[in-house]
Design a protein around this ligand. Structure first.
Ligand SMILES: Nc1nc2c(c(=O)[nH]1)N[C@H]1C(S)=C(S)[C@@H](COP(=O)(O)O)O[C@H]1N2
Ligand SMILES: [Mo]
Length: 269
């Protein structure tokens, strides 16, 4: 089974391992870096005896809550995730298979876009009819690995604007950030509903947030989320939902698969 962050192993590390870990931490957020520090300095035993809050033991939970506050405060809609030369891109490992059905009938697949004003169902060709965007960014998993990937697809913001469903009145068009009736949240789920992510609207509409049908210039493969997956480089990999079935805009903060298990809902980078 794949988990975004298994408990780190008991400390048996050589000093250079620790140094590498510390270097990695400076590139990552406070929460998961904090986790590495605690493990690296032998606190895992102590954590093992701390009372549980939800699924996370309480000191970790406090770190994650701190990270959520820092993540929100640090987010600027205009801030870009770092981009890389396309020559640095490679295929990431297949990580996380919840809700990914390799036998999905692709001919019958639709992207269901929903909001308070109504619903639309788009074919893959309709999604591909939008201008194609390509970004080369780092996919960062909270397990501690990352991979530079060139993502190709439709900007979620373009599709949201054209559908009108990101706004309360359901009217298409206009730069969405200027719309007074813009809904505050977006939720994505797999067709079977078993994997789901919640996003704040600013991150969902970020210009690097793509509904992808290509990775590294090749058609998206089944295990990586065909026919359509999210790539949201301003968030950890847990939010880059594979095999999108539904995109829903709304007023309520959406449930999120890993947040329900105790991880940071915001998961910003
Ligand atoms: N449907 C679905 N999407 C998912 C997951 C999953 O379990 N199911 N795992 C997430 C996690 S934790 C990561 S790191 C990325 C990995 O994407 P990849 O398999 O293309 O490397 O997918 C994300 N999207
Ligand atoms: Mo991940």
């Amino acid at each position: 089974m794949t988990r975004p962050s298994d408990p780190p192993p008991p400390p048996a590390e050589r000093p250079d391992d620790l140094k590498r870990q510390l270097r990695r931490m400076t590139r990552r957020g406070i929460a998961f870096g904090g986790l590495a520090t605690l493990a690296g300095y032998g606190a895992w035993r102590w954590l093992g005896t701390a009372p549980e809050v939800g699924m996370l033991r309480s000191p970790l939970r406090r770190i994650l809550e701190l990270d959520e506050a820092v993540g929100r405060a640090g987010f600027r809609p205009g801030r870009m995730s770092r981009t890389y030369a396309a020559s640095l891109a490679g295929m990431p490992r297949v990580n996380g298979r919840y809700g990914v059905d390799l036998n999905l009938d692709l001919a019958r697949w639709r992207l269901h876009v929903e909001g308070p004003a109504g619903k639309k169902a788009l074919t893959l060709d309709e999604v591909k009819a939008f201008p194609k965007s390509e970004v080369t960014t780092e996919l960062r998993c909270i397990e501690g690995w990352s991979q530079v990937v060139t993502w190709g697809g439709t900007r979620l913001a373009d599709l949201a604007s054209a559908s009108g469903l990101a706004c309360r009145d359901g009217q298409p068009g206009g730069p969405l950030p200027e719309r007074a009736d813009l809904l505050p949240y977006a939720a994505l789920t797999t067709p079977d509903g078993t994997y789901f992510v919640g996003l704040d609207i600013a991150s969902a509409l970020h210009p690097q947030t793509l509904l992808c049908y290509e990775m590294n210039g090749e058609p998206l493969t089944g295990p990586h989320g065909a026919p359509l997956r999210l790539a949201i480089p301003v968030k950890y990999g847990i939010k880059s939902l594979k095999q999108v079935g539904t995109l829903r805009f709304g007023d309520e903060r959406p449930a999120d698969f890993w947040a329900l298990k105790g991880y940071d809902w915001y998961a910003g980078l």
